[in-house]
Design a protein around this ligand. Structure first.
Ligand code: HEM
Length: 636
């Protein structure tokens, strides 16, 4: 039986990944409460503006076939969500008898538990430092604004209809972007004015570059579509058609370079992100949810189904058929959850340079394992590109565009995968239902795979790769023997990971590095190799210790579960501050299979010891709308 959730009571950021291209610009404000009663008035003001989990009209809701009476009337121009730290709840008058029922991790807060996560508190930006009474983080408010409506307005002003092709020439893109920034400025001013009126202090010091800023701004990275095509070195008819269309409509001069821009899901190291996200019961309509659960849900006897809702929401049964902590009164905790927020700075230059340094060795290794018999000699540049791409993919477990290594373990198989993907996409655009069905089926390959059954020995996706460490899928399943009999793969289950999943809702901050820009485009913010950039990481789960902390501590910071000793995850692992300066390297063992299926000599990659550094963060309770009313009216 499908769980029916009260979507109007649940905050939208829990159930709905908002879409980095639909709402690509966000500001996160953190506040300190000075006066309980005033803060309660502020909550009464803000409560009707909070975005709930009600579906809104979009391409996706049409795909899900949401009945009209369950849809919001409009697509929101701005999204607003709120969450509280333990000291925030206290400052708002939540009695100790209620607070005591909350779990230790939340009550301690991230600042207290930083050492356990291998964070160095000295690296933290002031806004997050919880060492001064007046600076304590009490609540976070995240504002996001829509892009498509601005784009539509720009097109309409020009007297043209809004093209759903979604590929925009630079000029249109820039106009729409500045309109969106103006909208966010307006929303931010309104919020800060009300906060000040009610004696909430907006904490400053979100970065060392701008210590006075009252928010952390995040913006999705934008790219030219050519950059994506360049990855596989192929052209795309639809792209050329779109461009022709734009030229006909005089959006671009007929002599213009191909310079369309769009918001993307890429992160700063240049990988497509936001693919793997658990799907849980009640999140979507039943049929859509069953589809989405393939590769992202709970795997049992080779069958995927949605995860129990209690892994992500309080008040519902979890994977152990228990309710995860639910402090009383029940209305206060039900439909709420917890959120770990971390500002993760990415050192793109160090990461890139460390890989470039090892690329010649990788080239040599590839020569050996592939024993190529072809008489055609590829150019040195293409050999180098290939080796660098392989190295990058082996660290993450996916190629730059998100193609999983399990389905495309070699560079050549990746290129074929891309060609197949684009061919099917083209056929689906022009063809009938069967072509669309074939395209939909093919796309499930991005999430539908297992490790233990598909890649027992880690020869496709290394054990150390980021996605294998953060979601080992069916690895470690006690019902599968190591010398897997193929008939057993139908029995695969995700027993080890069902209780360790997190919903990721983060975004990138800072301007992109030129190093990752294969076709540099005209970004109007100044780009420099040393600019601050990274990911504002957000993990949502019902149990911070069992899910988020376990993943960071046991899977990303240590390798014991994968027989990797104390090698950290090459992307998001952190060394303990006491050893960070001595440990020059961490390694990633890359194995491969010879043409006859034999194991070849592994390549030992040495990426930069720690390309990601935590600059601060906190644990929050994300209450339901009913709980916010209780807080505003102090009814405990
Ligand atoms: C700046 C730091 C990070 C970067 C650049 C990064 C990058 C990525 C990329 C490129 C992917 C593959 C795309 C996808 O499957 O969605 C991914 C997946 C994932 N990452 Fe990270 N990540 C970072 C930090 C973290 C942290 C701190 C955690 C957890 C504590 C984490 C957990 C995950 C999970 C659970 C997945 C999905 C795996 C799956 O379901 O297959 N990541 N990340």
């Amino acid at each position: 039986m499908t769980t029916i959730l009260d979507r109007l009571d649940i905050q939208g950021n829990i159930l709905l990944p908002y879409g980095r291209s639909s709402y690509p610009l966000a500001r996160h404000f953190i506040f300190h409460v000075r006066d309980q009663e005033e803060a309660q008035k502020f909550l009464s003001w803000i409560q009707p503006q909070i975005t709930t989990a009600q579906f809104f009209p979009s391409k996706r809701s049409a795909q899900m076939q949401i009945p009209e009476d369950q849809l919001r009337k409009d697509t929101p121009e701005a999204l607003l969500n709120i969450a509280f730290t333990a000291s925030g709840l206290k400052a708002l008058g939540v009695p100790n008898s209620v607070l005591r029922q909350f779990p230790d991790a939340f009550l301690d807060g991230m600042w207290e538990r930083a050492e356990m996560l291998n964070d160095n508190r000295l690296d933290w930006n002031n806004a997050w430092k919880d060492d001064q009474h007046e600076q304590t983080t009490h609540l976070i408010i995240s504002l996001r604004v829509a892009f498509n409506s601005c784009l539509k307005k720009v097109c309409l002003r020009r007297g043209d209809s809004f093209s759903k092709s979604d590929y925009h020439c630079q000029e249109t893109f820039k106009l729409a972007r500045s309109m969106m920034i103006k909208n966010l400025d307006q929303e931010s001013r309104r919020l800060l004015d009300q906060a000040e009126l009610h004696r909430l202090v907006a904490l400053t010091g979100h970065s060392s570059a701008d210590p006075e800023s009252k928010w952390l701004e995040c913006e999705s990275l934008f790219r030219s579509r050519l950059q994506d095509l360049a990855i596989a070195g192929i052209s795309d008819d639809q792209y050329l058609d779109d461009l022709d269309n734009q030229k006909k409509r005089r959006y671009v001069a007929s002599s213009a370079e191909l310079t369309d821009l769009r918001y993307s899901e890429y992160e700063h190291f240049g990988f497509f992100d936001g693919i793997g996200d658990p799907v849980f019961d009640g999140q979507y309509p039943a049929a859509f949810q069953a589809e989405m659960a393939q590769g992202q849900g709970h795997l049992s006897c080779g069958q995927w189904r949605p995860i129990a809702p209690g892994e992500f929401l309080l008040g519902y049964p979890n994977e152990a058929q228990e309710t995860t902590c639910h402090p009383m009164p029940y209305t206060f905790s039900k439909n709420g959850t917890f959120m770990a927020v971390r500002k993760l700075e990415q050192n793109v230059t160090a990461f890139h340079n460390a890989l470039v340094k090892q690329t010649p060795l990788m080239e040599h290794w590839l020569d050996q394992v592939e024993c190529s018999s072809s008489s055609e000699q590829p150019s040195a540049a293409s050999q180098f590109t290939k080796a660098l791409k392989v190295l990058r993919a082996k660290l993450v477990g996916r190629w730059d565009d998100g193609t999983p290594l399990v389905h495309a373990p070699t560079y050549e198989s990746w290129l074929s995968f891309r060609v197949r993907l684009l061919t099917l996409a083209g056929e689906a655009r022009k063809g009938g239902p069967s072509a669309k069905e074939a395209w939909e089926q093919f796309k499930t390959k991005f999430t539908r795979f297992t490790f233990e059954s598909d890649d027992t020995k880690g020869r496709r996706c290394p054990f150390a790769a980021h996605i294998r460490r953060s979601n080992p899928r069916d690895s470690g399943d006690p019902s599968l023997r190591n010398d897997s009999d193929p008939s057993e793969t139908s029995q695969a289950s995700s027993l080890l990971v069902n209780r360790r999943r997190i919903l990721r809702r983060g975004m990138t901050y800072g301007s992109p590095s030129e190093l990752m820009n294969e076709n540099p485009i005209d970004h109007d913010s100044s780009i420099s190799a040393d600019s601050e950039r990274g990911t504002f990481f957000v993990a949502i789960c019902a149990d911070l210790a069992r899910q988020f902390e376990f993943m960071q501590q046991q899977w990303l910071n240590y390798g014991s579960d994968f027989n990797l000793g104390n090698d950290i995850c090459p992307i998001a692992g952190a060394l303990h501050p006491s050893v960070a300066s001595d440990r020059k390297s961490t390694k990633v063992m890359i194995s491969s299979e010879g043409p006859d299926g034999s194991c070849t000599l592994p390549f030992v990659a040495k990426p930069t010891p720690q390309p990601v550094v935590c600059r601060g963060g906190a644990y929050f309770f994300v209450p339901s709308l009913s709980a916010i009313r209780l807080l505003a009216e102090n009814r405990f």
